[in-house]
Design a protein around this ligand. Sequence first.
Ligand SMILES: Nc1ncnc2c1ncn2[C@@H]1O[C@H](COP(=O)(O)OP(=O)(O)OP(=O)(O)O)[C@@H](O)[C@H]1O
Ligand SMILES: [Mg+2]
Length: 430
Amino acid sequence: MAFPQENGAAVEPSNGTLEMAPAKPCATWDIDGGAACSPPVRTLAEGQTLVMGSGRDAGVQVFDPAVSARHCELSVAGGVLLIRDLGSKNGVFVGGARVESARLGPGASFVVGRAVVSCLESARLGRFGEDEPVAPIPGVIGASLAMRRVVREARRLADLKGPVLLRGETGSGKDVLARAIHQLGTRRVRPFVPLNVGTLPRELADAELFGHERGAYTGAHGSREGAFVQAHAGTLFLDEIAELPLDLQVKLLRVLEDGEVRPLGGRARRVDVRVISATWAPLHRRVAEGLFRQDLYQRLAVFVVDVPPLRERRADLPSLAARFLEDLGPEVGEKELSSGALSKLASYGWPGNIRELRNVLYRAALASAGRRIGSGDVAVSLDAATPPRCATVSPEQARAVVAGQGGNVSAAARQLGLARSTLRDLLERE
Ligand SMILES: Nc1ncnc2c1ncn2[C@@H]1O[C@H](COP(=O)(O)OP(=O)(O)OP(=O)(O)O)[C@@H](O)[C@H]1O
Ligand SMILES: [Mg+2]
């Protein structure tokens, strides 16, 4: 019997026979429930069993009245994680459907009540102290394991002057994080100046960054402070830094090394600027290809923060969705997601990340008849997703979407809006 397979999970339908799971076995698993669970992360090793529920004696307590006291049981046998419903009132959902039990692969998730729980291959080494609570940053939603790591790092870096490079896929929250780092630090009372290097017209880029004096070039009728001068004593956020032309890379390096900026046609001026840059393109590869200067890369990447894609922080879906539905409220009315809808969202690959989530919820809210958004409404909305342009899909994203579709390349190509051959090419890239 064929079985639905979503997001690394082999599902046993209520009346079905259990099939062999192709999921990759793991010796230990991290069960990440984010803000909805206490403790937010539990590690489960071979032979261990864990009960999740709203009861105080549950191994992982889920704060949700829709969750039964002893809701479901997780166990690891032969490296495979198995979830079993313990006769709960409202059920366990995987891939948008209610299940009695399911085998879960790394990266899979399930839904109980309004909690999305991610099942991750344990990375205990290097996770020292990460189970400890971390104070959230206002405006930055995220209590998943991956986001707590980022929030902790942002807090650590806020008061330093050293340059920070934020790496992450489109829509993952690099902008939000850059502003948060500025707001958390002592520079918050000074300007935060964002400049998207990728969209700057080539002929204006120099003046935008470094400024110019009146008459410095034909058409320069007045003088202009560049972004560096505007950001004096504050933070300059250089977005899409990978797109900076080579000649301006030389100039930028000089400013960073000397702490002085020289406007076109003007005199050098000292500036005290903290630089945060961001890129979705793999900058080290640009360096290897000779498109980005190695010395500038070293200068910008003193501290590197990887902003995780949404598919690696699925436990944050309920809080992100709640925020977006609240924001959309005046337009779409009061809405809430059913467990099935949440589980459907949790089994999607999110190539457009949080920005895409907002769009999907907007359409799903409009598609739903009453207050409740069901899994059918989410399915309609996901089908209507604008396909991303090939150039915006990285091989990593492509692989994740294929994994989310249970290895089905054709289905993944449809989801991404790419030709199957294009997706194949992407998958073969490093
Ligand atoms: N942690 C978060 N909490 C709340 N909203 C978020 C969070 N991260 C991102 N968002 C929202 O998601 C959208 C995209 O975020 P943002 O613009 O920061 O992404 P980005 O990584 O800079 O994308 P791009 O690479 O396309 O510039 C924005 O509307 C932002 O408000
Ligand atoms: Mg951005």
